[in-house]
Design a protein around this ligand. Structure first.
Ligand code: HEM
Length: 450
């Protein structure tokens, strides 16, 4: 056995038990691998060599220092059929070029334009709520983040288009498994109904988005929606912009990547606040002292220190992107271990961010742990909910701002009670969802407290 490498042999019930465990209990499986305390754990799965990289310095090696030796996993390669060549799926020079063009659009000065949309949309959601009402919070939040990203991308005057795009995108998302699973090519060959639905949805999406691009070309200059900014963005090296097809793929990628992850982050935060009342009260006190009855805005965020800690702690315990995959495009050595070309590498925010090595009482929800001193001592890749290196989430600033503004509105005015008898567990699908809808009773704060 090579140094620092732990081999995980499948258990006695191999192959069925092993496969079931990998698919059905993926988080426990990752935890088991991580608990070996070896920097790299290895197993074979469906003929593939898979390595879980379990050490912050080695994760940096893969995501940052030697990123050119790896590409995205097969799942995202297959997702190209649905997403085209956007930032999530493109590789190499094509990715670097797209990233150069899109990155400036996510600068802080532009993000501020979206704060109003985030706050307005959240207030609109709350205007339909009543004291004592029962809601499916997961559903409420996903439709909120969908409308937010839709409006930020396409502008405020296309609400009906955004709704239509939202439902088409959901169709595409529902079929994702049928594209990225190992049986993906077979499902396509057999024309599985979900696959056909996804292709039909994709065609309609193309039409709508291309129509919007056309409107920007022929119409008067518009506000700073993301699509308009992308439309006029240029590569700093060549001075060229994007073709219509690239623009369309990028818009779809941002729409898809930009709502489910943030919705999960928000839903888990509300779940944690509902189950840790003391934290919720402390957070509301901070929001009231900083914002009072004013309208929340970007200017308040700097002062909302505890809110930042709450979001950080929630993303630590429930990272929406719980595992990040890569495939070696050439041989590589990691901690003395030979990683052969073609091998799969996994790095997992879920396991690293719950590790005793870096976090005291790691399973406790304790936002106070995030002091400046603690952050300064924490290795960079012991907390990486947004990944790292050249493929780090481009929407990180957008997501932080959105989560903070949405929570500022919600927590100031509402109290959330988890309905009794619900056993909410994480479900590691494409992103880390809850295994069932989070059902909550709403309590209006002003009415409840005077
Ligand atoms: C809490 C919310 C979010 C989380 C946890 C999250 C997480 C991530 C992670 C871990 C990656 C890197 C994946 C890899 O290295 O393979 C990523 C990439 C990406 N994310 Fe996010 N994300 C969030 C929100 C957003 C938002 C709001 C947008 C857009 C508005 C967005 C757009 C993207 C894009 C386009 C990429 C691909 C970047 C590239 O490869 O150049 N994400 N995200």
């Amino acid at each position: 056995m090579e140094p620092h490498l732990k081999l995980f042999a499948p258990g006695p019930s191999f192959p069925t038990g092993f496969f079931l465990k990998f698919f059905k209990r993926r988080l426990e499986f990752l935890e088991e691998l991580a608990q070996s305390n070896c920097p790299v754990a290895f197993f074979k799965f469906a003929g593939e060599r898979v390595y879980l990289v379990n050490d912050p310095e080695l994760i940096k090696d893969v995501l940052v220092l030697n990123h050119r030796r790896f590409k995205k996993g097969r799942g995202l390669e297959r997702a190209k059929i649905l997403l085209g060549e956007g930032l999530l799926t493109s590789e190499g020079e094509a990715h670097r070029r797209q990233r150069r063009i899109v990155q400036p659009v996510f600068q802080h000065k532009y993000l501020q334009n979206y704060a109003d949309i985030m706050v307005d949309r959240t207030m609109k959601l709350c205007s339909g709520w009543k004291d004592g009402m029962l809601v499916n919070m997961s559903e409420q939040i996903i439709s909120l983040t969908l409308m937010i990203v839709g409006e930020c991308l396409f502008g405020t005057d296309v609400e009906s288009d955004t709704r239509r795009i939202g439902s088409l995108v959901n169709k595409v998302m529902e079929s994702f498994f049928y594209f990225v699973s190992p049986l993906g090519p077979l499902y396509r060959l057999l024309g599985h109904p979900k696959v056909q639905d996804a292709f039909a949805a994709r065609r309609s999406l193309n039409d709508i988005v291309l129509r919007m691009i056309d409107a920007r070309r022929s119409g008067p200059p518009r506000q700073n929606d993301l699509l308009s900014l992308l439309f006029s963005a240029q590569d700093s090296e060549t001075g060229c912009g994007m073709s219509d097809a690239q623009l369309r793929d990028e818009a779809m990628t941002l729409f898809l990547a930009g709502h489910e992850t943030t919705a999960n982050g928000l839903s888990w935060t509300l779940f944690l606040l509902a189950t840790h009342k003391g934290v919720g009260l402390k957070l509301r006190a901070e929001i009231e002292s900083v914002i009072g009855r004013d309208r929340p805005g970007v200017g308040h965020l700097e002062q909302l220190k505890f809110l930042d800690q709450v979001i950080r702690e929630s993303l630590r315990l429930y990272p929406p992107a719980y595992v990040i995959g890569r495939r070696a495009v050439e041989d590589h050595r990691l901690a003395g271990i030979r990683i052969p070309k073609g091998a799969v590498l996994l790095v997992s925010p879920w396991t690293m961010q719950r590790s005793k090595r870096y976090y005291e009482t790691p399973l406790d929800f304790r936002p106070e742990r995030w002091t400046a001193e603690f952050r300064a001592c924490l290795p960079r890749f012991a907390f990486f909910p947004f990944g790292g290196g050249p493929r780090q989430c481009i929407g990180e600033g957008f997501a932080w701002m959105e989560m903070a503004l949405v929570l500022a509105v919600l927590v100031r005015d509402w109290d959330f009670e988890l309905l009794l008898g619900q056993q909410i567990r994480p479900n590691p699908a494409m992103t880390l969802r809850s295994d069932r809808p989070i059902r909550m009773r709403l309590k209006k704060v002003l009415e409840a407290y005077g």
